[in-house]
Design a protein around this ligand. Sequence first.
Ligand SMILES: CCCCCCCCCCCC(=O)SCCNC(=O)CCNC(=O)[C@H](O)C(C)(C)COP(=O)(O)OP(=O)(O)OC[C@H]1O[C@@H](n2cnc3c(N)ncnc32)[C@H](O)[C@@H]1OP(=O)(O)O
Length: 211
Amino acid sequence: MYNHTYKELITKLQVSQEDVDFFANMPFARPYIDNTSLYQPVPFVSRHDKGDLSDKFFNKAINSHDTIPRALAFMQRPGSLHSPPTDENGIDLSQGAENPFFITFCQIESGVNGYIDTAHGGVLAALFDETLGLCAESYRVFVSEEGGHLLTASLQVSYRSPVRTPSAVIIKTWMRRKEGRKWFLEAQLLDQDGLLKAEAKSLYIGLKSAL
Ligand SMILES: CCCCCCCCCCCC(=O)SCCNC(=O)CCNC(=O)[C@H](O)C(C)(C)COP(=O)(O)OP(=O)(O)OC[C@H]1O[C@@H](n2cnc3c(N)ncnc32)[C@H](O)[C@@H]1OP(=O)(O)O
């Protein structure tokens, strides 16, 4: 699967200052980059080359000047919300589109087009799968502190409006609920003006044993 754990990677890898500076110039991203923000930048681990054959789609195929040249991820700072309401599995029920646990900004260029000046829906689905997966992994490692690996069992995407290229988008992801090995998450993708472009629901399943 991977030669490293998610915790090792997110601790060791660096957030690109160039990516921070790039999005800091955009009004819709600036509140999250502000030092007083409830969010902290974290490495988008799948964008990094780990010297093996993992994550090639995200760190190579769609990591170029004409595909997705910039991506910047944020996680809620631990303890940023005191005693949030939780369900019987300890899942923070205050999470949602207004309070997402994990956020990603992406600059999307014409190299991912389907129709003219429009991002291909499959690329958006891949972005949802990856960012929802990172949200689940981050929640697993930093909040619920469980071991194991999560795999996508299902992903349902609703496309609400075309995503134009080039453009910058925000993908908000959050935990909805957890039932044993089943992790249910949700996401929204919005443009710089806050218009909803696509939504997703996903199910990740914790493996019984490592691959
Ligand atoms: C280090 C850096 C990392 C950081 C990187 C993190 C980001 C990664 C994001 C990308 C991840 C991917 O794309 S992964 C690649 C795409 N996905 C895959 O290749 C997965 C292929 N599928 C599988 O391997 C398998 O089906 C699994 C592991 C998902 C589930 O198999 P299993 O473990 O045997 O589980 P199983 O007993 O069948 O089912 C357990 C429970 O889940 C339910 N269930 C199973 N599948 C489904 C389903 N599709 N839709 C609804 N429900 C389902 C069952 O009904 C059951 O419910 P109940 O009876 O218990 O109620």
